[in-house]
Design a protein around this ligand. Structure first.
Ligand code: BES
Ligand code: ZN
Length: 458
């Protein structure tokens, strides 16, 4: 008799082939020229869920990219229902020339599959579809009730899922949520993320003259929006990384001594982490450890500047206007809207009267902390330990997964963040990759998690 684990092992080659097909679809949610590709990825994933044996598979239209819902609800009322989330959209792949093999031609090298979205998040999202398929194929049933909600605009703010959740509470009602969209500490040290940073993303447009001006005729007499932007950016943070916006730290919940002790305990390979970034040295607020700074302290970063002449050779102009993209990573209990307001007020105060500044945006999400003293966390820990031979550690993560806060707020659900990525997967960067043993072990962990959860008390 085949067991779900046997099924998964026997079908590894097929599962990898399917993942590669999924990865070939350039579902870049922020770039309108890829809208049809995002739709194609949604349909592909929905078809794979149908094939897995799930019921009620639906591709749900929204004002943006579609959501996918599917379920299997025949395990009975006395076992939990788990809501599984993943995102099938990916970050832009530019700059293409830095990829060793093209981002949408998945290639296996040294036990990694290289492609945009391989780790974040297609590979990880697909894990649970295959785990469910393994149970259904081997046993004709699942040990728990399962609902899937898959999103196609996580990387571009997730506005439509955010709107969908409060309007579909009944549809999404469950006992716990499961998300694989984070990383383990290393190949043999699994981790469960219990804290995620929030985010407040803003666009700042600075305009001076109504047209570009000759810098000889006008320089020294008219202020230059690019220079102004430089001054503004310099006033956002000090050299040590402390954000200078008044009120920015007002609501930051201090780390308790116990949590600092817990974070200090796990073996974070700082040297290896630094070497992998290629930067000459680490940096940040001196009063906090690197682990604390990465997961439990708020930050502000500029992500892009568009302005002035960037073509070949020189051009002597004062640009009329410049655009800047930036975000703040937030921690509990900072409120993204309050932070956006504080940012705007500060800019009004520091911007000179020689320009006008317009601030728009930004998609926001509060930081989240998950209660990890719940049965589903224990089930996850057991499943990891059985698969990887090591108990997972609990850690905070600096990235953001907005849906986790929305599940808490609207559905009262805690989320188990069962990640299978690795810190050097290069997510959001060229040569993103996913470690294949983690893809296969991820499927096994998910199979075991569903079993464990099924035998836990509801
Ligand atoms: N999978 C990431 C979150 C993440 C990043 C987890 C790093 C673990 C390590 C997620 O897809 C992501 O990138 N989220 C965005 C959210 C934003 C656009 C609102 C992020 O963190 O930048
Ligand atoms: Zn992701």
């Amino acid at each position: 008799m085949t067991t779900p684990l046997n099924y998964a092992q026997e079908n590894q080659e097929k599962h990898l082939k399917q993942l590669k097909t999924f990865l070939q679809i350039p579902s870049v949610s922020t770039q309108p020229e890829h809208d049809a590709d995002v739709a194609a990825a949604a349909q592909w994933l929905a078809d794979s869920m149908q094939e897995a044996g799930l019921d009620n598979v639906q591709v749900i239209k929204t004002d943006g990219h579609p959501l996918i819902y599917a379920d299997w609800l025949h395990a009975g009322a006395d076992v939990p229902t788990v809501l599984i989330y993943g995102h099938y959209d990916v970050q832009p792949a530019e700059p293409f020339e830095l990829w060793q093999t093209p981002p949408f031609e998945p290639t296996v090298r040294d036990n990694y599959v290289y492609a945009r979205g391989s780790s974040d998040d297609k590979g990880q999202a697909f894990i649970h579809v295959k785990a469910v398929q393994a149970h259904l194929a081997a046993n004709g049933r699942l040990p728990v009730n399962v609902k899937f909600i898959m999103e196609g605009e996580e990387e571009s703010g997730g506005a439509n899922l955010h709107a969908f959740i409060p309007e579909n509470k009944e549809l999404l009602q469950a006992d716990v949520a499961l998300v694989s969209d984070t990383a383990m500490i290393s190949k043999d040290q699994p981790s469960i993320v219990y804290g995620l940073r929030g985010m407040c993303y803003l666009y700042m447009d600075i305009t001076g003259p109504t047209r570009d001006l000759h810098s000889g005729s006008f320089g020294g007499g008219i202020d230059n929006p690019l220079n102004v932007l430089g001054h503004i950016i310099a006033k956002l943070k000090d050299e040590n990384g402390r954000v200078l916006i008044p009120g920015f730290y007002d609501d930051v919940r201090d780390l308790s001594a116990a949590e600092r002790a817990m974070l200090a305990e796990y073996n974070f390979d700082e040297a290896g982490w630094l070497a992998e970034t290629g930067a000459p040295q680490a940096w940040g607020e001196p009063d906090y450890t690197l682990v604390e700074r990465l997961g439990a302290r708020p930050t502000l970063d500029v992500h892009g500047i568009i302005g002035g002449y960037t073509g070949p050779g020189g051009k002597t102009v004062l640009p009329s206007t410049v655009h800047c993209k930036l975000s703040m990573r937030l921690v509990p209990d900072q409120d993204p809207q309050k932070i956006a307001k504080a940012f705007k007020a500060y800019i009004q105060q520091i911007a000179p009267p020689t320009v006008t500044v317009e601030i728009t945006g930004g998609h926001g999400a509060p930081a989240t902390i998950t209660d990890f003293d719940i049965p589903a966390m224990k089930a996850a820990a057991t499943a990891y330990a059985e698969t990887f031979g090591t108990e997972p550690v609990f850690m905070r993560e600096g990235g953001s997964i907005p849906v986790v806060g929305q599940f808490q707020e609207h559905l009262g659900l805690e989320t188990v963040l069962m990640g299978f990525g690795l810190p050097d997967d290069k997510i959001h960067a060229p040569n993103e990759r996913f470690y294949l043993p983690n893809f296969f072990k991820g499927i096994e962990t998910s199979i075991r998690f569903l079993d464990e959860l099924g035998s836990s008390k509801k």
